[in-house]
Design a protein around this ligand. Sequence first.
Ligand SMILES: C[S@@+](CC[C@H](N)C(=O)[O-])C[C@H]1O[C@@H](n2cnc3c(N)ncnc32)[C@H](O)[C@@H]1O
Length: 218
Amino acid sequence: MGDRYTRFAPFYNLLSGEYPIYHSGRVLGITALASGNGQQVLDIGCGTGLNFALLQQSVGASGTIIGIDRSAAMLHQARRRVENHRWDNVILLQADMALTDPETLSTRIQEAGGSALSGAALATYSLSLMNDWQRAWKTMTALLDTHGRVCVVDMADPLGGARWLTPLARLACALGGSNIHAAPWRALEEQCADVVRGSARAGHLQIRSGTTLPLHNE
Ligand SMILES: C[S@@+](CC[C@H](N)C(=O)[O-])C[C@H]1O[C@@H](n2cnc3c(N)ncnc32)[C@H](O)[C@@H]1O
């Protein structure tokens, strides 16, 4: 099957609903991730790199951003962003997070100039697109240092007075290929310490951050 993001990539930044809706989730998520200056941070399913500017503010010029996505077309857009900003601390890798084992990915990161393990990892609006998001989560956390920081930002049905927007939210997710019922932040809640819960846009955006425990991969 042709990946919808291959055709959609050149228009993603315009059509993904970034400023009316999704930008607030990434701001909250990256703030909650609290990655430190000089750290290496993984951006899982990085798409066109909409997180990169905010991540640069956290990790600084001495830090490294590793953007991983399975779509060459989305990575092409991400590469253009990196070149336009002249960021020399971003590594982009094409890999399917649900199919690539952590050892292979770690080797590829090192071959591209990064470190074997990262201090932080983030997945914004990406795990719910992956059929086997549990495996992607496992791989993502296996690439972290002990006590690594992790954050998941993903989508759910709106709540309260905004419930009438549920069909619209579900349609937007279906068009983007994501499963609005996946709730991939459950893994973070179960497996991390210091879990912080947040939401935005009447619950449509769910934000979780935490710290991985020493035995998180066993
Ligand atoms: C909705 S976009 C989100 C992109 C970006 N994280 C953002 O916040 O704008 C989902 C991205 O996940 C990527 N993706 C989907 N399944 C994937 C997988 N199994 N492995 C790696 N990337 C994947 C898609 O190619 C797409 O770029």
